[in-house]
Design a protein around this ligand. Sequence first.
Ligand code: FMN
Length: 195
Amino acid sequence: MCEGEDTTIRVAVIIASTRTGRFGPTVAEWFAGRARRRPGLTVDLIDLAAAALPATLPDEDTAAPPQVAALAPRLAAADAFAIVTPEYNQSFPAPLKTAIDWFCAEWRAKPVAIIGYGRDSGGALAAAQLRQVFAELDAVTIRDGLLLPRYWELFAADGSWPRRSADCTMAVTTTLDRLTWWARALRDARTARPY
Ligand SMILES: Cc1cc2nc3c(=O)[nH]c(=O)nc-3n(C[C@H](O)[C@H](O)[C@H](O)COP(=O)(O)O)c2cc1C
């Protein structure tokens, strides 16, 4: 390690669901809380509902709208992304696709973990489609992540989510281990050889 080198890994946790009454923030805050417990990780929790990105993309030479300009530095600062997404009609929500499409270099050569939730599939189909989309942007979706089928069954008696015995409380450790590994490896690679 070089003197003065920044070893902190910055993870942007993105809440993809924007609908009224959504469950997404519960999943995202749990994941972000687990990430924050780790030394050497900082977390930026990005809520696409709050970001309120315009749904219509402009022509290429048009200046970025203020909502896009506000989000750009937060994405650019991230070394890694964790996308917390529900599954809607076998895909991910439209506001997430809009958010992905507004940006380009901000995603490039960075790792992406997918945390899916839903009914029986647990978000598996949404996750598969996200892998295809992020490949186009030269982002690296990592193998490890979480799929949470029937997430409503994971409430504990005291109302907390997820209950301590749930499989996902173990899987989150592996996901954070691997996401951190990829974040360091790709940040070093981008520094040595700009993509
Ligand atoms: C329009 C719509 C379509 C849905 N389609 C699916 C689906 O294809 N697969 C699935 O597992 N769950 C599906 N669900 C259930 C959602 O995964 C579940 O409602 C979840 O809570 C949505 O996340 P949110 O509450 O954060 O918005 C759908 C829900 C909505 C509102």
